[in-house]
Design a protein around this ligand. Structure first.
Ligand code: SAM
Length: 215
């Protein structure tokens, strides 16, 4: 098996010609993903960050970064993110109790995950827990996605800090063309941040883009 590192603890495995994205992890599988020795498979169909990396857009996330993660759900992507920022910390917000209970199991075994049960539209409610962060990662599939990002950036994003916003067109406007929605979102973000890239997540996630910004 050939192993190529693309980012800290993120590898592309070549198993007899089949390419597999994975993270180096000493932990057991969290959501039924396969383990190949010390690596946990990271499936693009289950994680927009994995899709982004497989589309060869690899944000330079450092191993000691502090991350604010909005929309943790049961922790699929957070589990891999925690492998990357092994010397940093992830403050992870989720407002739905059901996925949160599974997410808590993950947070209990990892020292670098701080789980927060809260509505991401109300950052002041967790401002006593969350530090200034190097990156905000957001995947909330909520009609007010941009508002949520801006409010959290105002509270927590460091100067020159970065944001990765996974935008789901249909959650914002189910009647407009996705392209039109993405243009609107980009224009709004441009008024406050430097937009570094907009990447379409097809074929892994239909009508989704990732927007990478810097403060
Ligand atoms: C697409 S899922 C996230 C999947 C997850 N990021 C992953 O890749 O493993 C979106 C999640 O955002 C949560 N969410 C939506 N609006 C939210 C809000 N205002 N505050 C906190 N969580 C929210 C939902 O409950 C849901 O669990």
């Amino acid at each position: 098996m050939k192993v190529k590192e693309v980012l800290h603890n993120v590898v592309l495995l070549d198993r007899n010609g089949r390419k597999i994205l994975a993270t180096k992890s000493r932990y057991a599988p969290h959501y039924g993903e396969k383990k190949y020795g010390e690596f946990r498979e990271w499936m693009a169909s289950r994680s927009k960050l994995a899709a982004l990396i497989l589309k060869e857009y690899v944000p330079e996330i450092k191993e000691d970064w502090k991350i604010l993660y909005l929309g943790a759900a049961s922790g699929t992507t957070v589990s891999h993110f925690a492998d990357i920022v092994e010397k940093g910390v992830i403050f992870a917000v989720e407002y739905s109790a059901k996925p949160f209970s599974k997410f808590l199991e993950l947070a209990m075994e990892r020292k670098n995950i701080i789980p927060i049960l809260a509505n991401a539209l109300q950052p002041w409610k967790y401002s006593g827990i969350v530090d200034k962060v190097d990156m905000i990662y957001q995947d909330v599939a909520h009609p007010e996605q941009v508002e949520i990002f801006e409010r959290n950036a105002d509270f927590f994003l460091k100067k020159r800090g970065e944001g990765l916003i996974m935008v789901k067109a249909r959650s914002i406007d189910s009647t407009a063309e996705p392209k039109e929605v993405f243009t609107r979102v980009k224009q709004r973000l441009k008024s406050k941040f430097r937009v570094l890239a907009v990447i379409d997540l097809e074929p892994y996630h239909k009508d989704h883009v990732a927007i990478h910004i810097q403060r």
